[in-house]
Design a protein around this ligand. Structure first.
Ligand SMILES: Nc1ncnc2c1ncn2[C@@H]1O[C@H](COP(=O)(O)OP(=O)(O)OP(=O)(O)O)[C@@H](O)[C@H]1O
Length: 212
């Protein structure tokens, strides 16, 4: 799915070779500041590498239009924006921005079920907890139905039990729908339990990974 060859980004990332497989769950782990978010941003073409090449389905990213790529590859940032308004407004905003067809209320409730958020669509987001907001943002990305989900610490605001339930649900969903999940996580436990592949980054270099 993704293949990286001698990719260098500033002094932050230096990757000789890395492959990330289609239809698998890949977890990226490593200490704070090691370059995990930077790697996700490169894969989504939010930033451009200085040297080397990244291939997406055998095509160099430099040849793929960013907007087109981001229809297939959607990133959930570490601190996603939640807007004032209802849960429904917040779920639909991703679809509106990317000019995708809007979803029915039933579809919206389905995706809330997937992230285990038992709330009314009409509820104001200002009254949600940090972990609940994080799940609204996750639901928003899932609703966009991309081929590849790039998730940056999607469960950082959750307690361990809730984290486990939601990641399990997410991994099952991506497997059932033949999607590719690439997820940065602080939790080695989550990585060892759910990942098909683990990539470990240290000071911008891949030091260990079944994905290498
Ligand atoms: N645009 C930028 N310009 C310069 N330095 C940057 C830029 N973005 C990130 N950095 C630096 O690059 C390094 C890697 O950052 P990155 O956000 O990828 O780390 P991370 O592994 O995701 O960290 P964390 O787990 O804390 O989120 C850090 O030292 C950071 O300060």
């Amino acid at each position: 799915m993704f293949l990286l060859k001698e990719v260098k980004y500033k002094d932050i990332l230096n990757i000789e070779s890395l492959s990330i497989k289609k239809h698998k769950t890949t977890c990226i782990v490593g200490e704070s500041g090691s370059g995990k978010t930077t790697l996700l941003r490169l894969l989504n073409k939010l930033i451009s590498y200085d040297r080397g090449e990244i291939f997406y389905n055998n095509q160099p990213l430099s040849d793929i239009d960013s907007i087109k790529l981001r229809r297939d590859v959607v990133m959930l940032p570490q601190a996603p924006a939640i807007f004032s308004g209802s849960i429904k407004d917040n779920l639909l905003i991703g679809l509106k921005f990317s000019e995708r067809p809007l979803a029915s209320d039933n579809q919206l409730y389905e995706v809330l079920k997937l992230v285990k958020l038992n709330k009314e669509l009409s509820q104001d987001t200002e009254k949600l907890s940090g972990g609940e907001k994080q799940r609204v943002a996750l639901a928003r990305v899932i609703l966009m139905n991309p081929e590849v989900l790039l998730l940056d610490e999607p469960s950082s605001a959750l307690d361990e039990d809730t984290e486990h339930i939601i990641i399990e649900s997410l991994v099952n969903y991506t497997k059932e729908s033949d999607k590719t999940l690439i997820m940065v996580t602080h939790s080695k436990k989550v990585a060892s339990q759910f990942a098909d592949e683990i990539i470990e980054i240290k000071q911008g270099k891949i030091i260990n990974g079944k994905g290498v």
